[in-house]
Design a protein around this ligand. Sequence first.
Ligand SMILES: [Zn+2]
Ligand SMILES: [Zn+2]
Length: 273
Amino acid sequence: MDLFSCLSPFVFCSLASGSSGNCYYVGKHDEGVLVDAGISLSQIKRRLSRVDIHLSQVKAILVTHDHIDHIKGLGATAKAFNIPVYAHPACLQGLSVGKSTKTMDVTLFRPIEAEQSFEICDIHIESFPVMHDGNGTLGYHFRLENHTLTIATDVGVLDTVVKRYLKKSDSIVLEANYDTKMLHEGGYPYILKRRIAGPFGHLSNTEAGNCIAELYRPDIKNIMLCHLSRNNNTPELALRSVYQQLRKHRVGISPNVSIFPLPRFKQTELVYL
Ligand SMILES: [Zn+2]
Ligand SMILES: [Zn+2]
């Protein structure tokens, strides 16, 4: 048996993660989907090529919501290979009037409801609703054979629906946006601090850590922390918070589990799901 036949056929690559831009590849080695396109077309092409994927192998772009850090390169990327764009109808409506997306070809738009199942490239995908102040914010759950992944970014509240999808996954991408102390002591205006920490804002490191402790199983494979704030977080703090919560809940981590923050400006290696 060669090395590649031992590895999972299902892969993930973060091309960018954080308030400066979000874009993830989820799929097989030969074809798959992007989740969000919050960096430029040239960056998407360049970063995909570093893991030997060409944009023509991307068969769909699933959009979580219409904030600029998730859609900055969407119009150009979809246009480059006529890639269909899946999103909640409210998000598509937002795209049709958004500054950077209003000239997009609406025939590429594929409306999906919250909690809808569909298949792309043999990957079973389920969307689910996420509380956030974008239009029609969705998270996505993926399954290929017996490998599962959930992406939950820009999460105001970790409600029972979001947790249900995270719990049934053996790899997760979960937001750890801010360190509470850094946010409160930092220079953001009060109204912005309140928005970030509010029910339609973002998840703190502690909230993410608590949730990970709650859903942890010894057979979970990858725990990836996404959308770290540039001003109110560091990768070290996010990771430390998660380990603190795990210790607090007396959860012993198996050596087979990878827990790591996704970098803001660089792509990751391929993660085998
Ligand atoms: Zn957002
Ligand atoms: Zn965002």
